[in-house]
Write a protein that binds this ligand. Structure first.
Ligand code: GP9
Ligand code: MN
Length: 628
């Protein structure tokens, strides 16, 4: 009987084998999965077999068109694999369901995706041609006679047992695998890409249910947690910028390693280097973004909450109730606006900004874009600032405004005539091109500040400049090691590379460099305090940057963290000074705290709990207004 069964399923098994091998090759070529020993390599090699047997087994349930069905399922799974490879090349991460629904972002990703398309992409579909060929030329091999009930049971019981066996081995080897949904690399490495996607579907349904079951009690619990955090302000700084205008500048993909550095003898950020000298500069400030990139930075900076571990909050929870900075400032007579020259729907901004309390969003349609003044996804930064200024000077004051730059975006292309410094010389084209685009944005900001002075806005405006997230991913470690003059980029170096500049310029203050370990989550309370607004009764996870903290902790979205003495990343505790691994126990208390922080912030978002905040008198329920 086994013989007849084999004859009936061998075409399906051929498809499984081809896809299995292809998946492994993609694991090795497209994803950066860290393998520590032969056992891990074996897990990686075998992890997709059982799910592929189950998925492709669906074809065995049909008798007519069975081979077509096998090829169709292979094709769909190949598309999934292929999308992950492309997405990974760009975001260094795997696709999640919320990301798939961000399709209106995908159109704009065109230029970046083309950059990632190489000959490798062709190879992605080679197995399908083999299957087509076999089914046509060797109909005898591709036998489609129906399986008996018993045969079906044997096939599926076999595949399901293999699946259970695999999940058990993975869970024993790496306990709490399912509890760490934010660690996608870990899940793919141990359970395989296809099981990961099944799990992602489970997560999605669970998070949708959370809002329905959330209650004001959960909010009270979280509020109690947040209350015991340090809500204080430094008396010397509280209210120093009371009533002043606010300008936030989001610098695309700008990391701290460019500050005060030169290539080929030339400064990369000459303007910022000098501006820092007359501002408060935070040189141990980290981005905390996840898959939502720029939008996550915006979210964290204006809400003092963590972004989510999957997707962008701008997409998944734009309808929630928030108490963001623009909304709070409304009560103090501020008018708020955002300036960004990309399509208004990118990152779902047109729907999210009203929920954050913004009065106006100046987007692509408000700017005049031509071939000459645009690059990549929108206006060149300098033209963006030029055109924005004419709107800005007409705004009612005091205003709270945010300017999102764009030129320094992957793949870092620039008009040769805008190139103020030479490219770098390393094996990575991306790293080489990065420096001239950063240099360009630096010049654009210099020009903007100059224009603010000319318009008489500079002296009554507080200016906050921040880097949104990394621009150079770990895929370019070799070039980065060359740039930083190191033998290699260690895990601790990688974490240190997550520092982004934060500059706060307060009129008539000379500022200073502050080396407190801090993150984007700390910006909201800091800014409110500078404007003389207390945060005692609002729900923030961050701490005022001007407060001296004994033991500061910055938590990254993937659960890793940094303190004064330790760096915890990829499940290993390191001494920050030496970069050497140390006893896990030293990181343990922080690890618990980090987990607790993320869990509480997530609960708040998934449950839409700020709707229960009694101090949130602006509670308006569901947001329906769309800003034009
Ligand atoms: C797009 C801009 C860049 O509007 O904010 O987005 P990113 O890809 O950096 O998140
Ligand atoms: Mn960005």
């Amino acid at each position: 009987m086994m013989n007849t069964l084999f004859r009936k399923v061998r075409f399906t098994l051929l498809a499984v084998t081809l896809l299995w091998l292809k998946t492994y090759v993609v694991y090795k070529l497209a994803f950066d999965i860290n393998i520590e020993n032969a056992f891990e390599e074996a897990i990686l090699l075998l992890n997709s077999i059982s799910t592929l047997l189950l998925f492709l087994g669906i074809a065995l349930l049909t008798d007519t068109h069975r081979n077509g069905c096998v090829i169709l399922i292979s094709f769909l799974l190949s598309v999934l694999l292929f999308s992950n490879a492309i997405f990974y090349g760009f975001f260094n991460d795997f696709v999640t369901l919320p990301v798939v629904f961000q399709t209106n972002n995908m159109a704009d990703l065109g230029t970046s995706i083309r950059e990632l398309m190489t000959y490798k992409t062709l190879f992605m579909f080679v197995d399908l041609f083999i299957l087509l060929f076999v089914s046509r030329k060797f109909p005898h091999f591709a036998d489609v006679s129906p399986l008996t009930k018993k045969e079906k049971s044997i096939y599926f019981l076999g595949a399901a047992s293999l699946f259970l066996f695999h999940v058990t081995v993975a869970e024993v080897y790496r306990p709490q695998l399912f509890a760490r949904s934010f660690d996608r690399k870990m899940i793919v490495k141990n359970l395989g890409l296809y099981t990961y996607h099944l799990y992602d579907i489970v997560l999605q349904s669970r998070s949708s249910a959370q809002r329905v079951f959330a209650s004001s009690n959960t909010f009270a619990e979280i509020e109690n947690y947040v209350k015991v955090k340090d809500k204080g302000a430094t008396p010397a700084m509280f209210g120093v910028a009371k009533g002043k205008n606010v300008i936030l500048i989001s610098m695309e993909s700008t990391q701290s390693f460019v500050i005060n550095r030169k290539i080929n003898g030339e400064e990369i950020t000459p303007f910022l280097n000098s501006f820092i000298k007359e501002s408060y500069y935070f040189d141990q400030f980290y981005h905390q973004t996840g898959q939502g990139k720029t939008s996550d930075a915006e979210f964290t900076i204006e809400n003092s909450l963590y972004p989510l571990d999957r997707g962008s909050v701008f997409f998944t929870h734009f309808n929630n109730e928030y108490t963001a900075t623009p909304e709070i400032l409304k009560d103090y007579g501020y008018f708020s606006a955002v300036f960004h020259s990309n399509d208004k729907t990118f990152w779902n901004r047109d729907l999210m900004y009203p929920s954050l309390g913004y009065d106006r969003y100046y987007h692509q349609q408000d700017f005049v874009g031509t071939q000459q003044n645009s690059v990549g996804w929108g206006l060149k930064d300098k033209d963006f600032f030029t055109q924005s200024i004419s709107y800005l000077k007409e705004l009612p004051q005091p205003f709270y405004t945010k300017f999102i730059t764009l030129t320094n975006h992957f793949p870092f292309t620039i008009d040769p005539k805008d190139r103020l410094i030479e490219e770098y010389n390393s094996e990575s084209e991306i790293v080489n091109r990065y420096f001239p685009t950063v240099r360009y944005t630096d010049e654009a900001i210099k020009y903007f500040i100059q224009r603010l002075k000319e318009e008489g806005l500079y002296d009554n405006t507080i200016i906050v400049i921040y880097g949104d997230h990394y621009g150079i991913s770990e895929n370019h470690n070799a070039a980065m090691a060359q740039f930083l003059d190191k033998n290699e980029i260690t895990p601790v170096d990688s974490m240190q590379l997550q520092r982004v500049p934060l500059i706060i310029h307060i009129p008539k203050q000379s500022g200073q460099t502050i080396s407190k370990v801090s993150g984007q989550i700390d910006v909201k309370p800091t800014l409110l305090h500078l404007l003389g607004i207390s945060t005692t009764h609002s729900t923030e996870f961050g701490t005022d940057l001007f407060i001296k903290e004994k033991d500061p902790l910055v938590v990254m979205r993937d659960g890793s963290f940094i303190t004064n003495d330790y760096v915890y990343t990829k499940n290993i505790c390191y001494a920050k000074q030496t970069g050497e691994p140390i006893e896990e126990q030293l990181c343990e208390p922080y690890k618990q705290k980090a987990k607790f922080e993320l869990r509480n912030s997530d609960k708040l978002i998934y449950g839409d709990l700020l709707r229960f905040d009694p101090s949130n008198k602006r509670n308006t329920g569901t947001m329906t207004t769309i800003l034009e």
